[in-house]
Design a binder for this molecule. Structure first.
Ligand code: FAD
Length: 366
């Protein structure tokens, strides 16, 4: 038996943990490092059916029972008048039941189920790639030699700079806030309020827990300075339910960025997750694409062949699907410029068809 490939995974977010778990299950030897020593403040996640399917295939499907099954999307105008309802359970039938869950719960489930030893507080200092492998030195003074290095280090990936120094993350035109609060409003569905260039979304994520996401379109990230204004003031013209939800909790602020460069790899380094293809979150495909990346990468590296060819094959297999998600997300974002009268009419007439068009392809296996 040849020695199993020795793989370094950089970054223990969803993509890195999923990749480490999937690679180990295929019999590869994996080191997983994480720069942070403490978990970041997490908010919530909406996981469409293909994310649920991928997590089940990874072996963490049980953990999703701690989330809330989401059967419908309810689209409303900013005052809470219903524009459309989408039967998600029908679209994702035979794929996976969509779920709302806290980020912390998902991260804990991945760590516990996959039983991954994570070296925290460590990053890569130098990385030297040759015919024989990749020699790595770490920030804690240790070193190692690997067959493959997986860059799962998020939207501001340092590994991406090593793959293509010109591949920067780009501002995607929105700023956002996220928080989890009590579900005093009794919301059961994925529920959105649409204003002019402003969106407020609420998704149940646990017993009496509601994940809220608010965003504003801004042409320049510098305009985000106006975010100095309290969040609630940006949404003061929204209906009472939104104003009530915004009263109180501290929200986490960020700009939305995307990664469009598709170099993704060298001979022995491969980027996955947000490091490779971060997208505006309106398709809620970040976890789905990351876990699918992990499963496909494990399948690719678990097969026979030269490493460079295996990575090239992986990239060709993942590129069309992740590009599709980014393109759909960009198109959905572009509708923010529509006047509300036109947008509302389109949604009243065609919301289910638009959902089917945007997500139908993702029902197929990756
Ligand atoms: C506002 C917003 C809302 C979202 N909502 C959803 C949603 O509802 N549903 C959904 O599916 N997705 C959503 N996403 C996307 C989703 O969170 C991510 O796509 C997914 O978590 C995968 O991220 P990742 O693991 O690739 O990167 P990250 O989560 O960023 O993880 C990268 C990890 O690498 C570590 N790291 C970074 N640099 C180094 C280094 N040099 N050395 C070692 N470690 C390093 C970081 O500390 C971090 O732990 C949302 C994203 C945003 C921004």
């Amino acid at each position: 038996m040849p020695n199993p490939l020795h793989v370094l995974v950089v970054g223990a977010g969803v993509a890195g943990m999923a990749a480490a778990g999937a690679l180990e299950r295929r019999g590869l030897s994996v080191d997983l490092i994480e720069r942070r020593t403490q978990n970041p403040a997490g908010a919530g996640l909406f996981l469409p059916g293909n994310a649920v399917r991928a997590l089940a295939e990874l072996g963490v499907g049980d953990a999703l029972r701690d989330g809330v099954p989401i059967r419908r999307q309810r689209l409303q105008d900013h005052q809470g008048r219903t524009l459309a309802e989408i039967d998600m359970a029908a679209l994702w039938r035979d794929v996976g039941q969509p779920v709302g869950i806290t980020y912390d719960r998902l991260r804990t489930a991945l760590a516990e189920k996959l039983r991954l030893p994570i070296r925290t507080g460590v990053t890569v200092r130098t990385l030297d790639e040759s015919e024989a492998g990749v020699a790595v030195t770490f920030s804690d003074g240790t070193s190692g030699s690997y067959d493959v290095v997986v860059g799962a280090d998020g939207v501001h990936s340092e590994l991406r700079r090593m793959v293509n120094p010109a591949a920067e993350a780009r501002y995607a035109g929105q700023i956002c806030w996220r928080f989890v609060t009590g579900n005093t409003a009794g919301i059961h569905d994925w529920t959105v309020w649409l204003g002019r260039g402003a969106t407020f979304l609420a998704v149940p994520v646990g017993a009496d827990r509601l994940y809220c996401y608010a965003d504003l379109s801004m042409p320049e990230p510098a305009a985000a300075a106006s975010a100095g204004m309290p969040l609630a003031e940006h949404f003061s013209h929204f209906g009472g339910e939104v104003r009530d939800l915004l009263a109180g909790p501290d929200a986490h602020f960020s700009t939305i960025e995307e990664v469009t460069d598709s170099t993704w790899r060298t001979r022995r380094i491969i980027l996955i997750g947000d490091a490779a293809h971060a997208s505006s979150p309106n398709m809620a495909q970040g976890v789905a694409m990351s876990v699918e990346d992990a499963l496909v990468l494990a399948e690719s590296l678990g097969g026979p062949g030269e490493i460079e060819q295996l990575l090239a094959r992986y990239r060709l297999r993942r590129l069309p699907r992740t590009r599709w998600v980014q393109a759909r997300a960009r198109r959905r974002d572009s509708t923010r410029g529509m006047t509300p009268v036109v947008r509302d009419a389109v949604l009243r007439l065609a919301a289910s068809r638009i959902y089917e068009r945007d997500y139908g392809l993702l029902r197929d296996r990756p």
